[in-house]
Structure formats: structure tokens, C-alpha cells
Design a protein around this ligand. Structure first.
Ligand code: BES
Ligand code: MN
Ligand code: ZN
Length: 497
């Protein structure tokens, strides 16, 4: 796929399809107006006849428009006005791309960046257009014996009218490409079934990145290393599985300056059966996606490397498979974590926090400036926030604010939940320093409370992506690649400070 931004009117271009917006009231966007004039009112006549309603998400493909050299004009419905909000913009662009992808069009010019928005500039629309384009055409069919034919659509030119904004738009285009490509990379990892995507497979992917990028290096800790270190909680999760656990440390050094790194810690449960606290069959479907946190760490680091961001990042992947077996961890087993604190494992299905707590303690040796963990940690966050917002909890308001802001900028949004002391009580155990579950009430918060006991030494935020990283259950199951856009934007912002 190839993307460019170009200034001015590209109406005369041949072998292309031009995308323009029109409203329900028959209002034409500036480019639609221009094309209407050239085509001797072809568009306005057609609208007057009632051939196109202009509803958001609707499109009309017009081949061979009189006096127009392009192969097609695609009318994109913009709803009531030519000023749209984020959600509408995304729907308009996405439905246009979908419509063109089922035509013969191989090249398109989008004039949709000229739609007006409150709160976002032209560069934002350029960046989002690239991301939406790639997201809309994404398709994972590695395991289909009959592959559907790829759409002809391979090139997109985003037309802009404002000359002063050109360099900002070119930069936005580059960022959009890096984010879009690594969202796809992350989806590809997440969509692999767990018989392929094991902890070893994920470790191999991390090593592959070290081969591909000079600024990336990868180190893998094996089970015996973790035992020597004393990662009792991590190993308790892996104990029931035939798959060896791995702790991957992947480092990106984009600057020669000595800089305290930003640490990204990803939950990487390649399959979560629940262990001895076995999940019911229906709830188990989708649990191949329990490694999305780890996939996000790799995708974000790769995006930073593609953009050559002058920043230092450490990625930690906590990789294991959660299985029941004769040697698996049982409810009420007590383990000692790397931090020295003891945990009574009341529910083996609360395994994410067990691998993460040791990975977080391990992080200390990098003396990170901030630590962000990403985890499909609780079903409770899906109950609280549904599939639209990532749950955010933090021990530092500035970091929380920065992440919320990056989420708004990238339209990969998060919502903060409280991390008050009061909730900590729910983790009491009569036998160990704490239990690994806090009951049904405030499940996302008590999970974060558990993690907070291992992050006292640094500025830390937790992203619970159980509702946003993938859609699980039902026939429509897919990875979204979130929160790669949020985190990449956060890193970009850190570099621009
Ligand atoms: N991986 C799950 C969380 C999850 C649930 C992700 C649904 C995506 C969709 C996690 O390991 C888990 O099982 N959490 C338990 C915790 C409970 C036992 C305290 C949960 O949410 O039920
Ligand atoms: Mn679980
Ligand atoms: Zn899990």
C-alpha cells in the first residue's frame, strides 16, 4: 500500500477514483462543487433526482462521469453537515474505502480531509485517513484454504488545500503509516491460534525484530533463569503447561543520549484456560487473545523504530500458557514473588497479575522513568467500559493525564478508574501477604491494586485492554491492534517535549 499527500486539485489525474463528500441536504464539499461544475452539474442533478441520500456511511460509485478524466467519482455521504465529529469522519472514510475496494479502482484520491472538524486539524485527518484505510482493508486469512482475492485498491493520495499545512501533513502521513502498519503487525500476532503462537513463538518474534532493526536488541530469560531469580508467581502460572514460559526483554535505543527508559510491560498469556479454576467453555473462546498486551509492546516498539524516535524504550513480555494439569497450581497455593511478598492464589484464573507482578519487579533494574503495563486483565473492565475505552489506572496523575491525552489525539481512547487505598482491603488473605483476587466488586480496580503493590518504586500506569484489544466471543472475533495508536502517540509526544 502506498500513501501520499498532495496539494491542490488533482481532478485531472487519470486512472484514479476521486472521493468527495456530500450532505443529506445536497450540500457539496468544495471538491464536489468543482467536479460538479466540470461535469456540467452531473452531481447536483443526480442529487436533485434523489439518487443519493447522503446518509453517513452510504456511498455512490459513479463511473464515467461526463468531462471527468478519473475512472470514478465516489460520493460519500456526510450526514447533516460538512462539519463532522471523529466517529463520523471515521465512518465516512471507512465506508468510502470499502466501496472502492469492491470496485476495479487501484488508485484513489481522497478529498475527505477537507471536511471540517472541531478540535482536530488537517494533519489529524490525514493521519487518521491512513490508519482507517489500512484498518478497513485488513484481512487475516492465513488459515483459509480458499483465499479471497485482494482488492485492487493499493494506492491512496490524500488531497489537501492548505499549502501552509503541507509539511505538518507529510509528517502526520509518516506517523499514520507507522501506526497503521504496526497495528496490522500486532493484529497478525494476536490472530495466530495458540497452537502456533506459544511463548516460544512470541520470543522468536522479538528476536526477529532485533535482527531487522539495528536499534533493537532482545534478551530472553528461560524458566531456569526465572527460578534462579525467584519469580515464584510467574512460574506458578506456567506450571501446568507443556509450553515453556519466557520472559522477553526487548530494548530500543533510538538515542545516543543516556536516558532513563520508558518501560512497556505486556501480559502474554498465549492461552488462558483459567487453569484449575477452569473457565466455562464459552468463556474460553477468545482466550488466544490473552497475549495482546505483549503483541502491543512489540508493535509499539516496532512503530517507534520505524519512526526512528529519539527515545529509549524497554519492553518486557511476560509469556506463559495457563493450563490445568496434575502438576498445575491449585487454589490456596501460596507462592513467593520476586519482590519477596507472598501471594495466596485463590483463583488460578487471575493469572495475568501473577505473571505481571514479577515482570514489574524485574523492571526495577532498568531504572525506568515511567512504567506502563498493558494487559487483557479483567472481564470486569468490559462490564464497566464496554469495548470502546481502555481502562486506565495509575499511581501518578501526570502520567495518567499524558496517556488520556494521547488516547484522545489518536482516537484510541482510555478512561481512568480510581486506585484508592480503600480498595486494597479486598486483597486481604488470612495466610499470605495478599490474595490474588479481590472478589466481584470493582474487579478492574482490585486487579490494579494488586499490581500497585509491585510498582511502588516508580511512576506507573496500567492499561486494562480486555475490552479493546480484541473482540472475543460470538462469530465476529478479531484483534483491533489497540492500544498501539495510543502508546505510539504517547511516545511521539515524549519526543516532542
Ligand atoms: N484473561 C482474563 C480476562 C479477560 C476476560 C480478558 C474476558 C478478555 C475477556 C483474565 O485472566 C481473567 O480470567 N480474569 C478474571 C479475574 C478473576 C478470576 C478475579 C476475570 O476477569 O474473571
Ligand atoms: Mn484468567
Ligand atoms: Zn488471562
Amino acid at each position: 500500500m502506498k500513501f501520499t499527500v498532495k496539494l491542490g486539485d488533482l481532478d485531472k489525474q487519470r486512472k484514479t477514483s476521486l472521493i468527495v463528500g456530500v450532505t443529506e441536504k445536497g450540500e457539496l464539499s468544495p471538491s464536489a462543487k468543482r467536479l460538479d461544475k466540470t461535469s456540467q452539474n452531473f452531481i447536483s442533478k443526480l442529487l436533485k433526482k434523489g439518487d443519493f441520500q447522503g446518509k453517513i456511511g452510504s456511498t455512490l460509485l459513479l463511473p464515467s462521469v461526463p468531462h471527468i478524466q478519473a475512472d470514478h467519482i465516489l460520493l460519500a455521504g456526510c450526514g447533516e453537515t460538512l462539519t463532522v465529529n471523529e466517529r463520523d469522519f471515521r465512518r465516512i472514510v471507512s465506508s468510502s474505502i470499502k466501496a472502492l475496494s469492491s470496485s476495479s479502482a487501484s488508485h484513489a484520491v481522497s478529498y475527505l480531509a477537507e471536511l471540517q472538524m472541531d478540535g482536530h486539524d488537517l494533519a489529524w485527518r490525514v493521519k487518521q485517513t491512513v490508519e482507517i484505510f489500512v484498518d478497513t482493508l485488513y484481512c487475516f486469512q492465513q488459515y483459509k484454504s480458499k483465499k479471497s482475492t485482494a482488492p485492487a485498491l493499493k494506492e491512496l493520495t490524500i488531497a489537501i488545500a492548505d499549502k501552509k499545512a503541507l509539511s505538518a501533513c507529510e509528517k502526520a502521513l509518516k506517523q499514520g503509516i507507522a501506526i497503521a502498519e504496526n497495528v496490522s503487525y500486532t493484529k497478525n500476532l494476536a490472530n495466530q491460534p495458540s497452537n502456533i503462537c506459544t511463548p516460544s513463538y512470541m520470543a522468536e518474534q522479538a528476536k526477529k525484530l532485533a535482527k531487522e532493526y539495528k536499534a533493537i536488541s532482545t534478551k530472553v530469560l528461560e524458566e531456569k533463569d526465572m527460578r534462579k531469580l525467584g519469580m515464584g508467581a510467574f512460574l506458578a502460572v506456567a506450571k501446568g503447561s507443556a509450553q515453556a514460559p519466557k520472559l522477553v526483554c526487548i530494548e530500543y535505543k533510538g538515542t545516543a543520549k543516556k536516558q532513563a527508559p520508558i518501560a512497556l510491560v505486556g501480559k502474554g498469556i498465549t492461552f488462558d484456560t483459567g487453569g484449575i479454576s477452569l473457565k466455562p467453555a464459552d468463556a474460553m473462546v477468545g482466550m488466544k487473545y490473552d497475549m495482546c498486551g505483549s503483541a502491543t509492546v512489540l508493535g509499539t516498539i516496532k512503530a517507534a523504530a520505524d519512526l526512528k524516535l529519539p527515545i529509549h524504550i524497554v519492553g518486557i513480555l511476560a509469556l506463559a500458557e495457563n493450563m490445568p494439569s496434575g502438576v498445575a497450581t491449585k487454589p490456596e497455593d501460596i507462592v513467593t514473588t520476586l519482590s519477596g511478598q507472598t501471594v495466596e492464589i485463590l483463583n488460578t484464573d487471575a493469572e495475568g497479575r501473577l505473571v505481571l507482578c514479577d515482570a514489574l519487579t524485574y523492571c526495577e533494574r532498568y531504572k525506568p522513568a515511567v512504567v506502563i503495563d498493558i494487559a487483557t486483565l479483567t472481564g470486569a473492565v468490559v462490564v464497566a467500559l464496554g469495548h470502546h475505552a481502555t481502562g486506565l489506572l495509575s499511581n501518578n496523575d501526570k502520567l495518567a493525564k499524558d496517556l488520556l491525552h494521547a488516547g484522545i489525539q489518536s482516537h484510541d481512547r482510555a478512561w481512568q478508574l480510581p486506585l484508592w487505598e480503600e480498595y486494597q482491603e479486598q486483597l486481604r488473605s488470612p495466610f499470605a501477604d495478599m490474595s490474588n483476587t479481590g472478589g466481584r466488586m470493582g474487579g478492574t480496580i482490585t486487579a490494579a491494586c494488586f499490581l500497585s503493590r509491585f510498582t511502588k518504586k516508580f511512576t506507573w500506569a496500567h492499561l486494562d485492554v480486555a475490552g479493546t484489544a480484541a473482540m472475543m466471543g460470538g462469530t465476529d472475533r478479531y484483534a483491533t491492534g489497540r492500544p498501539v495508536p495510543l502508546l505510539t502517540q504517547y511516545l511521539i509526544n515524549q519526543c516532542e517535549k
